[in-house]
Design a protein around this ligand. Structure first.
Ligand code: PGA
Length: 259
């Protein structure tokens, strides 16, 4: 049984004061970590105060990015080695916005994935679409070419710990909607590819998240899909009330079924 993982991706929102205030509003309303992992990826400067506040809690503070190198003359970069020293266990890599606006190639994402995995920080590796296509509801979607390129060089042991995410560009951000069938189909295809190339054990263990227009109204449905093990949430995660609702989706869902 794969443990669900609910990840808030705050992108370039919330200053330090707002990030800390958010934590104080939600911390004692999050579920027990035996059943679900919960994480927030704030802006880089907010990670430090947030790590200090969440030290003895179940909430994971996640980095939105990291460099390919551990240290040196790389102005503006974030060292995954120093993230680890600070107590950060997860780093998001290869988000579609990093690829689109900052021209991160599969090769660069792969170097970052290796740097993180080799030092013991779990990469949350984002994939979206750039070649193969599938048809869902008579519409063609492009997905998945990135997978093998970004995972190259990882050992089987490292692969089992990696977290993947499928984020179709057509569903991310303002003006878009989640497509439930596409969400499951994309995550299922990722798992099939993993099975084909790395075997059953890795495919059964690896957690695959879906990202794109997840909100309190649709989270239970998407989490119910067999190949979706978690979600990456942008806009809806900025609101503390919505975040608490989504983090507790299992309880809320059970209550809704009872009524
Ligand atoms: P969204 O963003 O939830 O605002 O669509 C998701 C993401 O980019 O991770």
């Amino acid at each position: 049984m794969r443990k669900p993982f609910i990840v808030a991706n705050w992108k370039m929102h919330k200053n330090v004061e707002q990030s800390v205030a958010f934590l104080h509003k939600v911390l004692d309303r999050l579920p027990n970590s035996d059943h679900v992992d919960i994480g927030i990826a704030p802006q880089s400067f907010a990670t430090y105060p947030m790590i200090e506040i969440t030290q003895h809690t179940n909430l994971q503070i996640i980095s939105q990015n990291a460099a390919t190198k551990y240290d040196g003359a790389y102005t503006g970069e974030i060292s995954v080695k120093d993230l680890k020293d600070m107590g950060i266990n997860y780093v998001m890599l290869g988000h579609s916005e990093r690829r689109r606006f900052f021209h991160e190639s599969n090769q660069i994402v792969n170097q970052k994935v290796l740097a993180a995995a080799n030092i013991g920080v779990t990469p949350i590796v984002c994939t979206n679409e750039d070649e193969e296509s599938i048809v869902v509801n008579n519409k063609r979607y492009y997905i998945l070419r990135q997978l093998h390129n970004v995972l190259q060089g990882l050992s089987i042991e490292q692969l089992q710990k990696v977290i993947l995410s499928f984020e179709p560009t057509s569903s991310i951000g303002e003006g878009h909607e989640m497509n439930l069938q596409l969400a499951e189909r994309g995550c299922q295809l990722l798992r099939q590819q993993i099975r084909l190339f790395y075997g059953n054990d890795v495919a059964n263990k690896i957690r695959i998240l879906y990202g794109g227009s997840v909100n309190p109204d649709n989270i239970a449905q998407v989490m119910d899909q067999p190949d979706v093990d978690g979600v990456l949430i942008g806009r809806a995660s900025l609101d503390p009330e919505k975040f608490v609702q989504m983090a507790n989706y299992q309880n809320n869902y059970a209550l809704a079924l009872q009524n």
